[in-house]
Write a protein that binds this ligand. Structure first.
Ligand SMILES: O=C(CO)[C@@H](O)[C@H](O)[C@H](O)[C@H](O)COP(=O)(O)O
Ligand SMILES: [Zn+2]
Length: 198
């Protein structure tokens, strides 16, 4: 019985990844191209999300600042989820909704990119971050699921939306991590001059 539950998780995750590969390959390639051009123009990537998505932001920033699979120069990416003094001060003095938006107002520059991660597409602090990034004339790559929620509806044509076709948070997060590794690989491939359209 317990093993059946475990097998169920593996099967559902594997089947979703196969299905998502078909619908997400185009938007992932577009996001990797956008990130490459942002980084090579001297701009940076800021990332925000809650819970497991906060961990994804940190994972992504670590792979850009450190490395993914190949040795290269450090790339400027920062998770907005890690400074507990900023998070508690803004959460306490303003509201939890403002914890990422304030940091975007502080650090975001036109031409920078916000990686916004929300499985529901409805987290209000991620929505506020996207609004702040739009005001700052930043690019946006949004990782969502469940049809994209309110975030899907507020993105502009120049933003990239990677929406996992599933309703279950855990499954969506598992695909988000795979997307993040595809983005790291796409950026590295472009930096090393490989033909990423092959
Ligand atoms: O990892 C999980 C569930 O798998 C949780 O920590 C989850 O990330 C949190 O409930 C988040 O607050 C959900 O926010 P969101 O993905 O809907 O924006
Ligand atoms: Zn989780």
């Amino acid at each position: 019985m317990r093993n059946q539950r475990i097998l169920g998780h593996f099967t559902e995750s594997a089947e979703l990844k196969q299905k998502a590969a078909k619908v997400l390959a185009g938007p992932i390639a577009a996001a990797a191209d956008l990130m490459f051009s942002v980084l090579t123009q001297g701009n940076k990537i800021l990332a925000c999300g809650n819970g497991g998505s906060a961990a994804d932001c940190q994972h992504f920033a670590a792979e850009l600042v450190g490395r993914f699979e190949q040795e290269r120069l450090p790339l400027p990416a920062m998770a907005l989820t890690t400074d507990t003094s900023i998070l508690t001060a803004v959460g306490n003095d303003y509201s939890y909704q403002d914890i990422f938006a304030k940091q975007i107002q502080a650090f975001g520059q036109p031409g920078d990119l916000l990686l916004a991660i929300s499985t529901s597409g409805n987290s209000s602090n991620v929505i506020a971050a996207i609004e702040a990034a739009h005001e700052r004339e930043m690019n946006i790559v949004a990782l969502t699921g469940k049809g994209g929620g309110n975030i899907g509806a507020m993105l502009s044509d120049s933003d990239v939306h990677i929406c996992v076709p599933h309703e279950r948070t855990a499954r969506i997060q598992e695909v988000h991590l795979l997307v993040i590794h595809c983005l790291c690989d796409g950026i590295d491939a472009a930096l090393f001059g490989e033909d990423i359209n092959e």
